[in-house]
Ligand binder design. Structure first.
Ligand SMILES: *Cc1c(COP(=O)(O)O)cnc(C)c1O
Length: 225
């Protein structure tokens, strides 16, 4: 990819998004100069899924970038990103929530998080089942964690070509978002993020009430691992 190709692809993506849908440009495995190509077009939210790689990029890149951590985060690594991370999207345990709260407190920050749902059929994906998520919110320990702010939900649909299945999973997430918002976050306008949709399915996600899409390949090309 050249900077010019990324620029064109970036605008193809942003032109296809409705107002009110936030783009998280997923830059994992892509070099800093490719990130800069999108940055120079105005993109400020980038997502990474590996702590070491993120650490390296944070040092090299402009400090007005809002970094989202989108991968599975081990509790023992929270301390590295706590000083600067803008949102941790894939929170999938109370233990992780507690650790983020603790590390955020050390830096006098409040860290925005999303709860990751597991709706897809695949056994390998992380995240809460809908029942687990209800249970955790009901139980209420999160209310005492004053250095995190639960801003919404994130999920990945099954990796399939079956559009109806993908649509049904996104719609389940959207319905669940409303349920949870009404029950627990009625007075918290910050509970507003519905993070679903990646390169191959974001068009569907946006028809299913997504307002935060996480797009890598469509902007930066295939990842070289
Ligand atoms: C890699 C990744 C993406 C982006 O995937 P693309 O297919 O490259 O758009 C989105 N969300 C998560 C959680 C990811 O790990």
């Amino acid at each position: 990819m050249t900077g010019n190709e990324i620029k064109q692809r970036y605008h193809m993506v942003t032109d296809s998004l409705k107002d009110g849908v936030r783009l998280v440009a997923i830059s994992k495995y892509h070099p800093a100069e490719h990130i800069m190509a999108a940055y120079n077009e105005g993109q400020r939210i980038f997502g990474e899924s590996h702590v070491q790689e993120l650490e390296r990029k944070v040092k090299e890149l402009p400090n007005d970038i809002e970094w989202h951590f989108i991968g599975h985060l081990q509790t023992n690594k929270v301390k590295y990103i706590a000083p600067y991370i803008s949102m941790i999207e894939a929170v999938d345990s109370i233990r992780l929530m507690k650790e983020i709260d603790k590390q955020a407190a050390k830096h006098n920050r409040t860290i925005d998080i999303l709860l990751e749902l597991h709706i897809a059929k695949e056994a390998t994906k992380y995240g809460f089942s809908l029942d687990e998520c209800r249970e955790i919110l009901n139980e209420g320990e999160w209310r005492s964690m004053t250095h995190i702010r639960i801003c919404g939900l994130m999920m990945m649909a099954s990796n399939t070509d079956n559009e109806e299945q993908i649509r049904s999973e996104f719609n389940q997430a959207a319905d669940f978002f409303e349920e949870v918002r009404t029950m627990f976050f009625k007075d918290e306008p910050s509970f507003s993020c519905r993070s679903w949709g990646m390169s191959h399915d974001y068009h569907i996600a946006c028809q299913c009430r997504s307002n935060m899409v996480r797009i890598g390949t469509s902007i930066f090309g295939e990842r070289v691992y």
